[in-house]
Design a protein around this ligand. Sequence first.
Ligand SMILES: NC(=O)c1ccc[n+]([C@@H]2O[C@H](COP(=O)([O-])OP(=O)(O)OC[C@H]3O[C@@H](n4cnc5c(N)ncnc54)[C@H](OP(=O)(O)O)[C@@H]3O)[C@@H](O)[C@H]2O)c1
Length: 253
Amino acid sequence: MVHDLSKRVALVTGASRGLGAAIARRLAAAGARVAVNYFAGREGAERVVEDIRRGGGEAEAFQADVRDEREVARLVDEVQARFGPIEVLVLNATGPQPHVTIDELTWQHCLDQLEFFVKSPVLLARAVVPGMKERRAGRIIQIGSEVFEQGVPAFSNYVSAKGAQLGLTRSWAVELGPHGITVNLVAPGWVPVERHLSEGASQAAMEGYAAGNPLRRLGTPDEIGDAVVFLASDAARFITGQKLSVNGGRTLA
Ligand SMILES: NC(=O)c1ccc[n+]([C@@H]2O[C@H](COP(=O)([O-])OP(=O)(O)OC[C@H]3O[C@@H](n4cnc5c(N)ncnc54)[C@H](OP(=O)(O)O)[C@@H]3O)[C@@H](O)[C@H]2O)c1
């Protein structure tokens, strides 16, 4: 264990699979008590919880739609009743990410992404920040994306929402810094997860992407989890408002 998060309470949204599941496992391996939020994937969330418990860690699964204000309030109440005040909030959940050209782009396509990357972070932060302010401590970690640095054709619905998420991060960092709360964003590169494989991502596409990275490979979900653990740890106590690109050096800003 490089960083010690012993007994810290962490909530990870969308942790039943993909990057969220890896983030939950890495936080638990560092000693955190982890609330594993899921939407429809109960079995996946329970598998994550079992893995964590088998490794000697503490975790529990909590169902909630993080786009819904009442469900977010219930989620936060349930997590805090089970584990105590949330000290680390990881905003990770995502829905489908359709590729849409500008000719077909509608406001609804944009709203669908903003629900996950603006509305949900706002709902969760509003529910958790008052307690963090009282304790004068807290970590908010957003999972953004490298796409905002790059721009991606036929993906402006997703890319613009990811940009907005970075805007929230920077503004909240300035606003909440005086209260002892840090707010940062981890920007992964393409890390193939179950979703990509079921959507038919080809080996050639993965190899092509990896060839364009200075480190010449794809990242792993655990490497995203490790960056989150770092930002949640005492080692990152003087870091706020930052975007940490975890993408093998693909973007340099
Ligand atoms: N993987 C990558 O290459 C990559 C790259 C850059 C950035 N990212 C970012 O990393 C984050 C995770 O992406 P991922 O690829 O790991 O996604 P994923 O594998 O598709 O997982 C999405 C997670 O979000 C949950 N979710 C969906 N709708 C929800 C809702 N309404 N309320 C609560 N949870 C909900 C899902 O839960 P259920 O299964 O329970 O429905 C699932 O656990 C996202 O913010 C994404 O933009 C990913």
